[in-house]
Design a protein around this ligand. Structure first.
Ligand code: MEV
Length: 444
């Protein structure tokens, strides 16, 4: 069926939008309306709050909100809030936390904390002339012109750290950047940075116009292409690590600590040199990072983009985590570039985000960076631990069992039967279906 485009969808009421969807895309079947409506919150104010986070909202999309307890981070115990739909992520995090709790827990260090943004512009001048103008006049003007925008941030201890002129003309004709670094304290700072950069664009134009250093032709060649923060923040890095004597790496699968350490390190090295494995390896890291990023109201697309750009910073995509065994000491760590906030955005609006931040003891942005890196490292530890011992499917399929049973419409009593049935067996989709049919008397 060919669908018709619509003008003014955003102006329709919520019911109007649903009616249109049902008529245009869902063959007029009103049943679909109930699917959307069953997720509306009875609390009208709360529903309205959620609807106003985004545009054209017709329902709420739930994700499980779970807790991974027992995380010892820099000597303090945390229960991590995790919003994630994938079964076994929270269980894996909890297992890793428990493993490290009696081995000193996780240690973190903020390596640096700078955010970046650029004014990208085109200008047909000699580079040295532009550099002279930047150093002796423009830079000061850019800082002065943004004083109003930065005043609150400066009071909180942040602001613009530096502005540089970058010559990119060897890569694209007449292309330059104003590259600015920022300290945004406890906010992620996207609005702050973009406001500063937009002002840079305007000031650059104004200062060029009145400058006597350039010819009219040179002035006319100026084009401000765009002013935008960069989600790649290689100078906003947190390190999280665990270490212990090799002999303490006891695993209940029966493998010796030495063999465990050796295989674990090999698995990390493979992810360091092999992009196909590194992608899955880092996906597992981000299972842990993103679940806490989402639960704390931060932007998981930004954290994903940044982590993967960092993983490919030398031209090849590599593991975000690393491992050494030195004098019988096992060490496993992550350097994670991550830009997050604990003020602004959803943090003061979304009730569950407020809950998450309260649960974490109202962390600063840097403390949250530490927690996120730990969550990623723990998740990766749990995945590699399974991979080099029992294999991943044992744990995964146990957690997935409930999903399969729910799809089959199993009753609570039937679910209980399956938990007992698979206690000492490996869960497989085929085996669940077979046992389900047998139990319901459909086969012998
Ligand atoms: C699954 O979501 C993540 C893993 O594949 C990660 C890994 O292989 O390291 C288990």
């Amino acid at each position: 069926m060919n669908h018709k485009p619509i003008e003014g969808f955003s102006k329709l009421s919520k019911q109007g939008k649903i009616d249109w969807l049902i008529n245009e895309y869902l063959q007029g079947n009103k049943e679909y309306q109930n699917i959307l409506k069953q997720y509306w919150n009875e609390n009208v104010e709360l529903q309205k709050l959620h609807e106003e986070f985004s545009e054209n909202t017709v329902s709420n999309f739930y994700m499980p909100y779970g807790i991974a307890p027992n995380f010892l981070i820099d000597g303090k115990l945390f229960a991590l809030p995790m919003a994630v739909e994938e079964s076994s992520v929270v269980a894996a995090a909890s297992k890793a936390a428990k493993f490290w709790i009696d081995k000193g827990g996780f240690k973190t260090t903020i390596i640096n904390n700078e955010k970046l943004g650029h004014t990208h512009f085109i200008l047909n001048v000699e580079s040295h002339k532009l550099l002279h103008f930047f150093n002796f006049s423009l830079k000061k003007k850019l800082l002065e012109a943004t004083e109003d925008i930065t005043s609150n941030m400066r009071k909180r201890g942040g602001g613009i750290l530096d502005i540089k002129l970058v010559d990119k003309t060897s890569e694209m004709p007449n292309y330059y950047q104003l590259k600015a670094s920022f300290d945004t304290v406890d906010s992620m700072g996207a609005n702050f940075i973009n406001s500063c950069l937009e002002q840079f664009g305007k000031t650059l134009k104004q200062e060029m116009t009145i400058s006597e250093e350039f010819t009219q032709e040179e002035k006319n060649s100026l084009q401000i292409v765009m002013n935008i923060l960069s989600n790649f923040t290689p100078d906003c890095i947190v390190r999280a690590e665990v270490s212990c004597k090799m002999e303490d790496l006891k695993d209940d699968s029966g493998i010796s600590p030495e063999e465990f350490a050796r295989k674990f390190k090999q698995a990390v090295t493979i992810a360091e040199i092999e992009p196909f494995r590194a992608t899955t390896h880092n996906k597992g890291v981000m299972n842990g990072v993103d679940a806490v990023v989402i639960a704390t109201g931060n932007d998981f697309r930004a954290t994903e983009a940044c982590a993967h750009a960092y993983a490919a910073r030398d031209g090849q995509y590599r593991s975000l985590t690393h491992c050494t065994i030195d004098h019988d000491v096992f060490r496993f760590w992550i350097d994670l570039p991550i830009s997050v906030g604990v003020v602004g955005g959803l943090t003061n609006l979304h009730p569950l985000v407020k809950f998450s931040l309260a649960l974490l003891g109202k962390p600063s942005a840097q403390e949250l960076m530490s927690i996120l890196a730990v969550s990623g490292l723990a998740q990766n530890f749990a995945a590699l631990r399974s991979l080099v011992t029992t294999g991943i499917q044992k744990g995964h399929m146990k957690m997935h069992l409930l999903n399969i049973l729910n799809q089959l419409g199993a009753t609570e009593q039937e679910k209980q039967h399956f938990v007992t049935y698979f206690k000492d067996k490996t869960v497989s989709h085929h085996e669940v279906i077979h046992e389900f049919n047998r139990m319901r008397g459909q086969i012998n």
